[in-house]
Design a protein around this ligand. Structure first.
Ligand SMILES: *[C@@H]1O[C@H](CO)[C@@H](O)[C@H](O)[C@H]1NC(C)=O
Ligand SMILES: *[C@@H]1O[C@H](CO)[C@@H](O)[C@H](O)[C@H]1NC(C)=O
Ligand SMILES: *[C@@H]1O[C@H](CO)[C@@H](O)[C@H](O)[C@H]1NC(C)=O
Length: 136
């Protein structure tokens, strides 16, 4: 099966793929992130202009953290696990690590693919594709 590449999303940083309904893990390599005073993960949906904070260590707000999102701090690496990911969570993720000396920022792109249809009667060829014909 060939996955369609979303070439419009190519940015500096890594690209991750997940299947809807599963737990998606996105990892960011940041030197000495384990020593940072503060680590933030935010998310920018395609075509949206603003980012949304989804995880932070330490969490400093009165509101509870986003449910189903776990931030894991390792040596030189910070990961975020998003449970039960939906296709609308595709987009640009950003990790920021603050130390006394500097701010490090790493981007990652997440592409969430549709779960394979669980039906056993799948057609051998996608002749009934609802996609419009290519404009050539
Ligand atoms: C990460 O993405 C943002 C938004 O597109 C951009 O402004 C920033 O320069 C990027 N940073 C890196 C390190 O690629
Ligand atoms: C996702 O993570 C939760 C919590 O760790 C776990 O209970 C669940 O089984 C995981 N689901 C999948 C599809 O791996
Ligand atoms: C996963 O998300 C879908 C859509 O948001 C929801 O209908 C479903 O109940 C969720 N499943 C779990 C195990 O949380």
């Amino acid at each position: 099966m060939i996955l369609v590449m979303l070439s419009a999303l190519v940015v500096a940083g890594s690209k991750f793929e997940a299947i809807e309904g599963q737990n998606a893990t996105i990892s960011f390599d940041i030197d000495e992130v384990e020593k940072a005073d503060e680590v933030k993960i935010s998310y920018k949906e395609d075509k949206k202009e603003y980012s949304v904070l989804i995880a932070q260590k330490p969490w400093v707000y009165d509101d509870p953290p986003v449910p189903g999102v776990t931030l894991i701090l390792g040596k030189g690496c910070v990961s975020v696990i998003i449970q039960n990911i939906s296709i609308s969570r595709s987009g640009l993720y950003k990790a920021e690590a603050y130390t006394r000396e500097k701010v490090s920022e790493v981007n990652a792109t997440l592409v969430v693919n549709q779960a394979p249809v669980s039906s056993t009667i799948s057609p051998p060829h996608s002749s009934s594709s609802p996609n419009p014909p290519p404009l050539l």
